[in-house]
Design a binder for this molecule. Structure first.
Ligand code: HEM
Length: 174
């Protein structure tokens, strides 16, 4: 088995998508708690969860972005797939910058147990950009079909097994 399985996963079982679930989940939870805190629901506790889960999201962004980047390197430059994937990467990097600024500037809010209006706005802006980037991620997979095998008649046992399936080269843009 090749070492690249650690960042690319196997054919039919890429590593980036499950990591995106963890990261999107963390940022979604953090944003929800920012809103709850602002609405005055258990102020102290919701502010604590907002900040801690935001930092957890930043931590999981590292392997998420690295595995996405590894897949991006396989795409032929200038193709429609490459343009969509590059827009996705840009959106995710911008969202990450917003969340990193929010975590840094919002540390005082975490200590005080009250989220400020500025922290809430930064969290919401980061989240809107993140959702736009996630939409583009969906386009990469479900429109361009990147890393999708579509082996409709593959026997169920073989589909679930960690075996080599034929995978198209992403260079053609599909
Ligand atoms: C916060 C960081 C990121 C998140 C949350 C994220 C999210 C997503 C999502 C939701 C998908 C669709 C897959 C699915 O529906 O399960 C996707 C696919 C993809 N993303 Fe990202 N992404 C991130 C960073 C990056 C970066 C930095 C790149 C580098 C260019 C990248 C490249 C890709 C590629 C090439 C795909 C196609 C499928 C695959 O690689 O497995 N992503 N991403």
């Amino acid at each position: 088995m090749r070492l690249s399985v650690l960042w690319r996963g196997l054919a039919g079982h890429p590593i980036h998508p499950p990591l995106t679930d963890v990261t999107l989940g963390a940022y979604t939870l953090s944003t929800a708690f920012a809103l709850l805190s602002r609405l005055g629901v258990s102020d102290d506790n919701t502010t604590t969860v907002w900040w801690l889960v935001l930092v957890a999201g930043l931590a999981t962004t590292v392997p998420t972005a690295l595995t996405g980047f590894a897949d991006w390197l396989d795409i032929q430059r200038g193709t429609p797939l490459w343009r969509t994937a590059t827009a996705h990467m840009s959106a995710m990097l911008i969202a990450t910058i917003f969340f990193a600024i929010t975590a840094g500037a919002g540390h005082g809010d975490y200590v005080d147990g009250t989220i400020s209006g500025a922290s809430l706005v930064l969290t919401l802006v980061g989240y809107v950009v993140l959702v736009a980037g996630g939409w583009l991620g969906g386009s990469i997979v479900f429109v361009h079909g990147m890393r999708v095998l579509n082996l409709v008649d593959e026997p169920a046992r073989r589909a679930a097994a960690p075996v080599e399936h034929p995978e198209k080269k992403e260079a053609e843009g599909s």
